[in-house]
Design a protein around this ligand. Structure first.
Ligand SMILES: C=CC1=C(C)c2cc3[nH]c(cc4nc(cc5[nH]c(cc1n2)c(C)c5CCC(=O)O)C(CCC(=O)O)=C4C)c(C)c3C=C
Ligand SMILES: [Fe+2]
Ligand SMILES: [Fe+2]
Length: 368
C-alpha cells in the first residue's frame, strides 16, 4: 500500500497539539449540482444508510439523487447567507472562538475545523496539521449525542486517513457530551434568554434529528442520550414532564424512525388547544438546514396551519459565549496529560526553531 506523502522526521521538533472540530458538512452552493455532489458522498456512507450496497446504489442513483437534489437545493437557497451555508459559517466561527478561549486559558494549541462530507475534508485538515507539526490530535465531533450515523462515521474517516499515514500522531476522540454540565448550562441560558425576551410558552418541544428505529434495538445509544439531555435540561429549567416534549425530526425514507415525529406532534398539540410552542434543537450545535428550514419555517407552518397561535424557534448554541466556554472546558478535560501549557525550555526551543527557519529563508532569498 502507498502511504501519504508526509514531512521528514527531524530531531528536536517540538510536538504540537491540535483540536479538530468536525461537523457533518454541507453543499458548496445552494445549487442542484452542488447539492447532488454532497448528497452522493453523504448518502453513500454505509454508516448513514445501512441497506445492502447493491440495492441502495440503485435507489440512490435511480431515485434519490435525481429527485431530491433540486428539491433540497431550493431549501438550501431559502437559508443561504452572504457568508455561505449557515452550518459552515457557524462551525468556522466556533473554531476561531474556541482557539481564542483556549489561548486565554493558557493552552498552546491549534484549532481547526473539518467536515465529514464536503469541504474542508477531514483528510485535508489532518494532512495540514501534520505539516504544521501536530503530534497530538483531539477530535471534537459537533454532535453532543453519540450516534453511529454521525460520530462513528467521523471516527471511520479519521481512522481511514491514518491507515495511510506512516508516522501516526497520538489520537483522542471525544465520544459524546450529551450530559456535560456546561453544555446543559449553555442550553439553559439560551432558553432563559429567549423567555426573558418573549415570555414562556405553553409547551417546550426539544426536537432532535431522527435515526431509523432499528438502530436503537441494534445497540445505538443515541435515543437514550437525547432523552437524557432533555431530562437534564428540563430539570435545570424547572419544567415538569407536562411542560416539555422530546420529538425526532428529518425522517428519511419509508422505514420507521425514532418517534414521536416532530411535525405531526406539533399539529396534534395545536389541535389539542396548545396556543404557543417554543421549539429548540439541542442535538444541533449550529443552526443549519434542519433547524432553519425544517423547524423555523416548515414546522412553524405545520403548527400554525393546525390552529396554533404562536410559534417560537429558539436558535442553536452557535457562537454563544456559554457554549464556546463549554467547548473549551470539554477540550481541556480531554487534553489532560498533554503538555499544552508550554514549559520555558520548550518555548525557547520553539523560538530557536523559528529563528533557524527564518535565517534559512533569508539565506535562500539572498542566494536567488
Ligand atoms: C439518510 C439518513 C440520514 C440519517 C441517518 C441522518 C442522521 C443525522 N443527521 C444529523 C445532522 C444533520 N443532517 C443534516 C442534513 C441531512 N440529513 C440527511 C439524512 C440523514 N441524516 C439528509 C439527506 C440531509 C441533507 C438535507 C436533505 O436533503 O434533507 C444536517 C444539515 C446539513 C446542512 O447542510 O445544513 C445536519 C446537521 C444528525 C445529528 C443525525 C443523527 C443523529
Ligand atoms: Fe441528517
Ligand atoms: Fe432509550
Amino acid at each position: 500500500m502507498a502511504f501519504r506523502k508526509e514531512p521528514q522526521f527531524t530531531h528536536g521538533t517540538v510536538a504540537k497539539t491540535a483540536i479538530v472540530l468536525v461537523n457533518l458538512g454541507t453543499p458548496d452552493a445552494p445549487t442542484t449540482k452542488a447539492v447532488r455532489r454532497y448528497l452522493k458522498q453523504f448518502l453513500s456512507d454505509p454508516r448513514v444508510v445501512e441497506i445492502p450496497r447493491a440495492i441502495w446504489w440503485a435507489i440512490l442513483h435511480g431515485v434519490i439523487l435525481p429527485f431530491r437534489s433540486s428539491k433540497s437545493a431550493h431549501k438550501y437557497a431559502s437559508i443561504w447567507t452572504n457568508e455561505g451555508s449557515p452550518l459552515k459559517v457557524h462551525t468556522e466561527k466556533q473554531a476561531t472562538l474556541l482557539r481564542g478561549y483556549l489561548g486565554q486559558r493558557g493552552h498552546q494549541v491549534k484549532v481547526a475545523y473539518a467536515m465529514r462530507y464536503g469541504s474542508p475534508s477531514i483528510t485535508e485538515v489532518l494532512d495540514q496539521l501534520k505539516v504544521d507539526g501536530c503530534e497530538r490530535i483531539l477530535v471534537l465531533p459537533a454532535y453532543p449525542q453519540y450516534s453511529a450515523t454521525t460520530t462513528a462515521s467521523i471516527y471511520d474517516a479519521v481512522f481511514a486517513h491514518y491507515a495511510q499515514v506512516r508516522n501516526v500522531p497520538e489520537l483522542r476522540l471525544i465520544k459524546h457530551y450529551h450530559d456535560h454540565e456546561e453544555y446543559i448550562q449553555a442550553l439553559k441560558e439560551s432558553v432563559q434568554a429567549h423567555w426573558a425576551m418573549h415570555g414562556m410558552p405553553d409547551q417546550l418541544v426539544m426536537s432532535f434529528h431522527g435515526v431509523p428505529k432499528r438502530t436503537l434495538t441494534l445497540g445505538d445509544p443515541y435515543h437514550c442520550e437525547c432523552h437524557k439531555t432533555a431530562r437534564l435540561l428540563a430539570q435545570q429549567l424547572g419544567l415538569g414532564p407536562e411542560q416539555y416534549q422530546v420529538t425526532f425530526q428529518s425522517r428519511f425514507g419509508k422505514a420507521e424512525w425514532l418517534q414521536p415525529y416532530t411535525a405531526p406532534t406539533l399539529q396534534k398539540m395545536a389541535k389539542q388547544g396548545v396556543k404557543r410552542v417554543d421549539v429548540m434543537c439541542p442535538g444541533f450545535t449550529s443552526d443549519c438546514l434542519e433547524t432553519l428550514e425544517e423547524i423555523a419555517i416548515e414546522a412553524k407552518q405545520d403548527f400554525l396551519g393546525a390552529g396554533g397561535k404562536e410559534f417560537h424557534f429558539i436558535a442553536c448554541l452557535n457562537q454563544s459565549q456559554p457554549w464556546i466556554s463549554a467547548m473549551a472546558s470539554l477540550v481541556e478535560e480531554h487534553m489532560i496529560g498533554w503538555p499544552t501549557h508550554l514549559t520555558d525550555s520548550e518555548r525557547t526551543g520553539m523560538k530557536l526553531q523559528a529563528d533557524a527557519s527564518k535565517q534559512r529563508a533569508e539565506r535562500l532569498g539572498a542566494a536567488q
